[in-house]
Design a protein around this ligand. Structure first.
Ligand code: SDX
Length: 414
């Protein structure tokens, strides 16, 4: 393996070191490029640019592989809970029984149950506020709601789901439900969302398992838009709470995490307009038409997204077992079948991504569309925290890219 590359810049050879990753990735370290040559690189969307070295997750887009700290997502989804996965992403290793018990206990202690202020704040947002906007702003305030000597990471993991449930219940005029230390992490989320006045939510193991799997599948995914946003703020030494707030806002975008809400709205729209799949596929292929097939395509995956394959199985399982008679899964499967055999999608390597089927499961669980991306954020939280931590531990420099200026030359005000 060569350790340097030589660039012939107008007859003068410049040498740059090569960096190799653990799994066959390689990069040219151009940190001295401008100093040596006067040139910078230009790479819109950073499609060819690495922001840093990282050991948290690995994606092979050509082969449809996803590893969390080296473990294949297919094994994690079979053998781990979301809490164990969160511990793994944060600490680099899976917890033993004692470590998991302690982790769980620490999370239980940060339950906000005695905090009346947060409910007042929640009630004062404009009624049409989107839950992602509320969650982003509330996560900034969390920093000032800690009990003494809380661990920030644990505090965030414990309280973000509580905020999510509070946002859902306040928007629906329901009373707040306290965190219940007798329930596991994922069952608590369901109970805080759906408990009735008289009794706790009846925990259906099929639903608990489906939600736990969804949280795991969303937990981390290298340098996606929202994770890189969190890393960027970490590089400026912004607090983890404000960094997570920015990550939530970045995830809200419909090209990113907001796609899960957009997929269901697209599928419902197709159904309401007669369900003519071929018409919508043609619209998606038409350059002049702004319509895109939401839930399809990915910057990195040029093969099936391994998470989409698992989510489709989870969706089929929960729909069959709960006898969820919404025609939306059938339409989604038909749409996928047509698209993956269409030359446009084949040539451009557009496959279903994580957002294509996830909304079908959220809908079956009873979560409203405007909360779908909030659920994505709850899953992605441990990944964001791990990346924020890694930037600081690796003492990464302030992120401040260059640009190529194409504006006016210097001129005087007349
Ligand atoms: C997530 O990065 C991550 O890891 C993200 C994520 C995570 O876990 O964090 O995986 C989560 O955000 C998944 C993506 C969710 N977004 C969507 O489903 C929105 C629909 N998808 C597209 O907008 C698009 O595929 C992107 C934004 C996801 C990726 O786009 P790229 O990599 O910038 O590529 P592109 O837009 O330049 O598309 C390449 C070509 C274009 O055609 P040409 O200009 O070459 O002729 O493919 C076409 C696009 O028009 N294309 C699509 C399409 N996606 C791309 N055409 C129709 N429908 C689509 N969905």
């Amino acid at each position: 393996m060569c350790s340097i590359v030589n660039f012939n810049m107008n007859g003068v050879v410049k040498t740059f070191p090569v960096v190799y990753g653990t799994l066959h990735e390689k990069a040219i370290n151009i940190s001295t490029l401008r100093e040596q040559t006067g040139y910078i690189t230009l790479d819109p969307g950073f499609k060819n640019t690495g922001i840093a070295k990282s050991s948290i997750s690995f994606v092979d887009g050509e082969r449809g592989i996803l590893l969390y700290r080296g473990y294949p997502i297919e094994q994690i989804i079979q053998k781990c809970t979301f809490l164990e996965t969160s511990y793994l992403l944060l600490n680099g290793e899976l917890p033993n029984d004692n470590q998991l018990d302690h982790f769980s206990e620490m999370i239980n202690q940060c339950n906000l149950n005695n905090n009346t202020k947060i409910l007042q704040i929640c009630k004062n947002y404009p009624i049409n506020s989107h839950p992602m906007g509320i969650l982003s702003s509330l996560s900034c305030i969390l920093e000032f709601m800690q009990e003494e000597n809380n661990n920030n990471y644990i505090h965030l993991l414990a309280t973000l789901p509580i905020l999510a449930a509070l946002i859902y219940r306040t928007k629906n005029g329901l009373f707040p439900v306290k965190y219940d230390n007798n329930l596991c992490y994922t069952s608590n989320i369901l109970n805080m969302f759906f408990a009735k006045k008289t009794n706790n939510y009846q925990q259906n193991p099929i639903i608990v398992d489906a939600l736990d799997k969804l949280l795991i599948l969303h937990a981390d995914h290298e340098q996606n838009c929202s994770t890189t946003t969190v890393r960027l703020l970490s590089s400026a030494h912004v607090s983890i709470y404000a960094s997570i707030s920015a990550g939530i806002s970045a995830l809200w975008g419909r090209l990113h995490g907001g796609a899960n809400q957009a997929v269901i709205e697209m599928l419902e729209n197709i159904l309401q307009n007669g369900g003519n799949i071929h018409k919508w596929i043609e619209k998606a292929k038409n350059k002049k038409d702004p319509f895109r097939l939401m839930g399809f395509g990915h910057r990195i995956y040029k093969n099936f997204d391994p998470r989409a394959i698992i989510i489709k199985q989870v969706a089929e399982n929960i729909i069959n077992k709960l006898k969820f008679n919404n025609p939306i899964l059938k339409l989604a499967k038909e749409l996928e079948e047509v698209a993956i055999h269409d030359s446009y999608f084949i040539e451009k390597k557009l496959y279903p991504n994580i957002d294509f089927y996830s909304g079908i499961i959220y809908k079956a669980i009873g979560i409203p569309k405007d909360m779908f991306t909030v659920m994505f954020a709850l899953g992605r939280l441990p990944g964001w925290i791990a990346h924020w931590k890694e930037m600081r531990l690796n003492n990464e420099p302030l992120v401040r890219p260059r640009q190529i200026y194409v504006g006016y030359r210097k001129r005087n005000i007349v």
